[in-house]
Design a protein around this ligand. Structure first.
Ligand SMILES: NC(=O)c1ccc[n+]([C@@H]2O[C@H](COP(=O)([O-])OP(=O)(O)OC[C@H]3O[C@@H](n4cnc5c(N)ncnc54)[C@H](OP(=O)(O)O)[C@@H]3O)[C@@H](O)[C@H]2O)c1
Length: 250
């Protein structure tokens, strides 16, 4: 039975993963800002789900939480860096710098800080696993994806480079990159409007949080000699757009 840190456990993929891991007997330490959502999950899942309410972009608060976690749970077997967000769909020249910085602070800086804090113990024990949640937005550009896609491209490459540094250890690193997935707060957060968010998933069978959580569980339960480097998931309804060409009117 493993002790697993999940960032962004209050909704979406993180909450679905917490449910699946507790069900299989693991202990989940769930981090997020929304204390009420974490408390509801703790009520549902019982003592094997331990909530930690923290804003991951607050450096001092994050350090305090990580110190508390390490004291209570000296052995963290798996870190799932799932917390993240997209804000807005404006083209770069109209985008909010504040929103860009929030995405970078959450999707990149916080992820790097948590990994930096927990990785050395895994290497010292020669056992552990880091699983980062990327996105198809980190592979395929689209209008309005600008900094969100950039942060997820960082996550993908950071994972591969971590694994390169860890060659010769038993510590595993994986990236899961989902495409269109409903049933989470992602589009509500991005668009700031429940109706616009619902329209993103209208008349399409998107991935579910349980699909993504199941993939992460499979990676966690994979044989210790096997490293899943990168997995990309899309619903069957989604595929690739062509390159765009703007033609001047004649
Ligand atoms: N849904 C999709 O289509 C999709 C596709 C590809 C990748 N992803 C990625 O998957 C991950 C999970 O997203 P989701 O779809 O499950 O969306 P979600 O339901 O909005 O979940 C995001 C989680 O991140 C947490 N979070 C955000 N900012 C935080 C902060 N400053 N401090 C602490 N926690 C924070 C949120 O908790 P609080 O708000 O309570 O803090 C929430 O638990 C994200 O990295 C996202 O970029 C999503």
């Amino acid at each position: 039975m493993k002790t697993i840190v999940i960032t962004g456990a209050s909704s979406g993929f993180g909450a679905a993963l917490a449910r699946q891991l507790v069900e299989q007997g693991d202990t989940v330490l769930g981090l997020a800002r929304r204390q009420d959502k974490l408390a509801e999950l703790a009520q549902e899942l019982g003592a094997r789900f331990v909530p930690y309410a923290v804003d991951l972009t607050d450096k001092a608060a994050l350090e305090t939480t990580l110190t508390t976690i390490k004291q209570a749970h000296p052995q963290i077997d798996v870190l799932v860096n799932n917390a993240g967000l997209a804000l807005g769909v404006a083209p770069a020249q109209q985008a909010s710098l504040e929103q860009w910085e929030t995405m970078i602070n959450t999707n990149v800086t916080a992820l790097v800080r948590i990994t930096h804090a927990l990785l050395p113990d895994m290497v010292a024990r020669n056992q552990g696993q880091v699983i980062n949640i990327g996105s198809t937005a980190g592979e395929y550009p689209y209008p309005g994806g600008n900094v969100y896609g950039g942060t997820k491209a960082f996550v993908h490459q950071f994972g591969l480079n971590l694994r390169a540094d860890l060659t010769g250890t038993a510590v595993r690193v994986s990236t899961v990159a989902p495409g269109l997935c409903g049933g989470t707060d992602f589009s509500k957060v991005r668009l700031g409007d429940a109706d616009k968010a619902a329209a993103v998933y209208a008349n399409v069978q998107a991935l579910s949080p349980e699909d993504v959580a199941g993939t992460i569980c499979w990676i966690i339960n994979a044989p210790a000699h096997m490293n899943v480097n990168y997995v990309e998931l899309m619903p069957v309804a989604q595929s690739f757009a062509g390159l765009s060409v703007h033609r001047n009117a004649v």
